[in-house]
Write a protein that binds this ligand. Structure first.
Ligand SMILES: [Cu+2]
Length: 130
């Protein structure tokens, strides 16, 4: 099993990042979700699996999400992305069906949509056995 934890990435930073690159960093924009996203997978073999996405605040308390979207891309060119999503879960734990369509290196992008419409996303690397 692979378990990776990383801090959230806010899409908004990327949008303002280029134009105002000479400006010093400013305070966290209002509405920025302070959350952690953790992902595990029930299987690291080719075929159907379930990604287990945990969403917590920075103190570790569960966070309710409106929707979880997953996009899995292989690191080599020429592959279609594999998509999955769910809008139900409890205690900050969401199960997203996904199919590893090929063995090798995958990058999984998890987007968390909060009830107020704010989104956060993070990426996770998985090695899948043929
Ligand atoms: Cu591939």
């Amino acid at each position: 099993m692979i378990r990776i934890t990383a801090l959230f990435v806010v899409i908004g930073f990327a949008l303002i990042g280029c134009r105002e690159s000479a400006q010093p960093p400013t305070a966290t924009p209002e509405g920025t979700p302070q959350i952690d996203i953790t992902v595990d997978t029930e299987s690291t073999r080719v075929g159907d699996t379930v990604l287990i996405v945990m969403v917590t605040d920075t103190a570790g308390a569960p966070v309710d999400a409106q929707e979880i979207r997953v996009r899995a891309d292989m690191t080599h060119a020429g592959m279609m992305p594999v998509l999955g999503q769910t809008d139900s879960g409890e205690d900050g734990r969401y199960r997203v069906p996904l199919q590893w369509s090929m063995g090798g290196s995958w990058t999984v992008t998890v987007t968390v949509v909060l009830p107020n419409g704010v989104t956060a996303e993070d990426t996770f690397d998985f090695e899948i056995e043929s």
